[in-house]
Design a protein around this ligand. Structure first.
Ligand SMILES: [Zn+2]
Ligand SMILES: [Zn+2]
Length: 441
């Protein structure tokens, strides 16, 4: 045993929260840390509520989160956290180094609002407007990202107070443009996951579930979302003499019907759901002319990466071969959107007890959802866990609204639960044994 190994072993022995400590000591250390998290989360709660209302009243569209990013950066700096701004354009990364060595965990909040005019009846309702696609529109935190920002700011306060007890490093990702075109990938391109390299990443999203609920799902939790375009080319001719050309309208109809078999006959729905939708079809301009082309536009959703690849291949095969059988041609373009948000099964299993401690009976398994999230990009770089946080008042069903609704309402009693959940995930991860890295990602 060389000197550095010996020092490491001694340091580990002196680390009550370490994996090498006896189980009873570890349990005591963990419960002390949890008590501290809960106490600090309560202490910071008034500020978290104030930040949330402030951010809510001043929403900004994707890649324009200048005010929000400045607020976040100023707060992190006030806590003596290392701050890098303009990561992925308007993103902010904070690095909090604990006073003991250990792994690196990242916590992510998205900062952008939506082009929605707020109709919720709250005193801090948004009056903001912005230019969007050449028009003046209202802007609102209709997806609840104001809560995510405030919660993560609160977590930064809590964990910075616990710096001396932290065995490792916490990175705070305040991400732009989740609602599109996506800020996670640009942040990764700018090095957010490196220096120091992130070992695990956690994020949460508020959903219309009862306050007190935390929902999670091992494996595919949210869908991949890909755009689909099929151009069918035939040969134009008179509608009274179809044999003189090649009819792309009939061919397109057959392709649409053929595509239905992918989900109903060819995908193992007992394993993972999928959706193939054609939402737009255009072709021809007169009843007695068979046109030369038809355009179809759609969306494809899947809940695991293998199904995603498989469904894409089937779409191409069906469209191209049906077209060929009719003497036409089909050109299939799939625009890759956000990947499947996959919760690493090992990490999820390991963190389940942290979530249960915070949510108790409120911890539930979320059914697979076919919305998409660009947290998925972070979770492709390191094992990830994304959880849902209930934000709706159980006693008043009239305030339950879906994300993106102009009436979207957040019950602020959810905020301290979110702070405790993310802080506990970070601390418990850092205090636990390392997760095996030899996996095929
Ligand atoms: Zn959204
Ligand atoms: Zn969202």
């Amino acid at each position: 045993m060389d000197r550095s190994t010996l020092l490491f072993a001694l340091a580990a022995l002196g680390t009550a929260g370490s994996a090498l400590a006896p189980p009873s000591l570890r349990a005591q250390a963990a419960s002390d840390l949890h008590a501290r998290i809960d106490e600090l989360a309560t202490a910071v709660n008034d500020q978290v509520v104030a930040w949330r209302r402030d951010v809510h009243a001043h929403p900004e569209l994707g890649f324009r989160e200048f005010r929000t990013a400045a607020l976040v950066a100023e707060h992190l700096r006030s806590l003596d956290i290392d701050v890098t701004t303009e990561v992925g354009r308007t993103g902010v990364v904070g690095v909090l180094r604990g006073s003991r060595p250990g792994p690196v965990v990242a916590l992510r909040a998205d900062m952008d609002g939506l082009p929605v005019t707020e109709l919720a009846d709250v005193p801090f309702a948004s009056k903001a407007t912005a230019e969007w696609l050449g028009r003046e529109v209202g802007v609102m935190h209709a997806c609840g990202h104001d809560n995510h920002v405030a919660i993560l700011m609160g977590v930064a306060s809590v964990l910075s107070e616990m710096r001396d007890e932290l065995p490792g490093t916490v990175k705070f990702f305040f991400q732009p443009a989740e609602e599109g075109p996506g800020g996670a990938a640009p942040m990764i391109a700018d090095g957010a996951m490196e220096n120091p390299d992130v070992d695990a990443v956690f994020g949460l999203h508020v959903f219309p579930m009862a306050v007190g609920t935390i929902a999670y799902r091992p494996g595919g939790m949210l869908a991949s979302s890909d755009g689909l375009r099929i151009v069918v080319r035939g040969v134009q001719t008179h509608g009274a003499m179809p044999w003189g050309g090649v009819d792309p309208i009939v061919t397109a109809s057959q392709i649409i019907m053929g595509l239905q078999q992918i989900v109903s006959r060819q995908t193992d729905l007992s394993d993972s759901p999928a959706v193939v939708t054609i939402g737009q079809i255009e072709g021809g301009n007169r009843g007695n002319i068979i046109p030369d082309t038809v355009l179809m536009v759609g969306t494809v959703r899947t809940l695991n990466p293998e199904t995603r690849t498989d469904v894409h291949e089937r779409i191409r095969r069906i469209a191209e071969n049906i077209a060929e059988a009719n003497g036409a041609e089909a050109e299939v373009t799939i625009d890759l959107g956000y990947p499947v948000t996959v919760n690493d099964p090992d990490l999820t299993g390991r963190m389940e007890s942290s979530l249960r401690r915070v949510a108790g009976e409120g911890l539930t398994i979320m059914p697979p959802a076919l919305g998409a999230e660009d947290f998925s990009y972070f979770a492709r770089e390191a094992p990830g866990l994304f959880i849902g946080l209930g934000i709706s008042p159980p006693e008043d069903p009239s305030l339950w609204h879906p994300n993106h609704s102009p009436y979207f309402y957040a019950d602020e009693r959810a905020l301290p639960i979110g702070v405790r959940a993310l802080a506990s995930l970070a601390v418990d991860y850092l205090s636990g044994p390392p997760i095996s890295e030899d996996r095929d990602r």
